[in-house]
Design a protein around this ligand. Structure first.
Ligand code: ADP
Ligand code: MG
Length: 144
C-alpha cells in the first residue's frame, strides 16, 4: 500500500477514532472487492482551503451508474452477499459531521475502468497547535 502525503498538507482538527473508522472501512472494502495483492494508494494534498484525501484501488471499480447509490444504507453492488452494508453510509456521515464531503468514482485510464477512487474533502480550518501524539504522556514527575 502506498501513502502519498503532500508536504504542504496541514494538521487537521478531527475525531481520530471516527476517521480511523472511515479509513478502515475503505481499506476493508478494498480487501473485499478487489483481487488479492492489487495495489492501494492513499494520498492527501492541499487544494485551496480544502484537504483532499483519495483512496484508490485497482479492482473492478464501482458498479457503473451506482457510484452514488453505494453510499446509501443497506445498498450494495449486485454481486455481493445478501447481508446489508452500511460502511460507506457511515463513512460519509462522519466526513459530513466534520464539514467535509465524500464521493466515489471510477478511475478511467485509456477508456477502461482502472479501479475505484474514494474522495474525501475536508476544510483545512485552523490547524491544531500540536499533533496530539504527546497527549497521554505525563512528565516524569507527574506521579507523587
Ligand atoms: N473498493 C471497492 N470496489 C468496488 N466496489 C466497492 C468498493 N467499495 C465499495 N464497493 C461497493 O459499494 C457497496 C457498499 O459498500 P459498503 O457500504 O462498505 O457495504 P459492504 O462493504 O458491507 O458491502 C459494496 O457492497 C460494493 O458493491
Ligand atoms: Mg464495507
Amino acid at each position: 500500500m502506498a501513502v502519498r502525503l503532500a508536504p504542504e498538507v496541514p494538521l487537521l482538527h478531527l475525531d481520530a477514532a471516527q476517521f480511523e473508522c472511515v479509513l478502515v472501512n475503505l481499506l476493508e472494502n478494498a480487501v473485499k472487492y478487489t483481487p488479492a495483492a492489487t495495489p492501494l494508494q492513499i494520498a492527501a494534498e492541499l487544494q485551496g482551503e480544502a484537504v483532499r484525501i483519495t483512496v484508490d484501488d485497482e479492482g473492478p471499480g464501482l458498479p457503473p451508474g451506482r457510484e452514488e447509490a453505494v453510499f446509501e444504507k443497506f445498498e450494495r453492488g449486485s454481486k455481493e452477499a445478501a447481508a446489508p452494508g452500511v460502511g460507506l453510509a457511515i463513512c460519509r456521515a462522519i466526513v459530513q459531521a466534520h464539514g467535509g464531503r465524500m464521493h466515489g468514482e471510477n478511475r478511467i485510464v485509456d477508456g477502461r475502468v482502472a479501479g475505484a477512487r474514494f474522495v474525501i474533502t475536508l476544510p483545512r480550518g485552523e490547524p491544531p497547535q500540536d499533533d496530539g501524539s504527546q497527549a497521554a504522556v505525563l512528565p516524569d514527575n507527574a506521579m507523587p
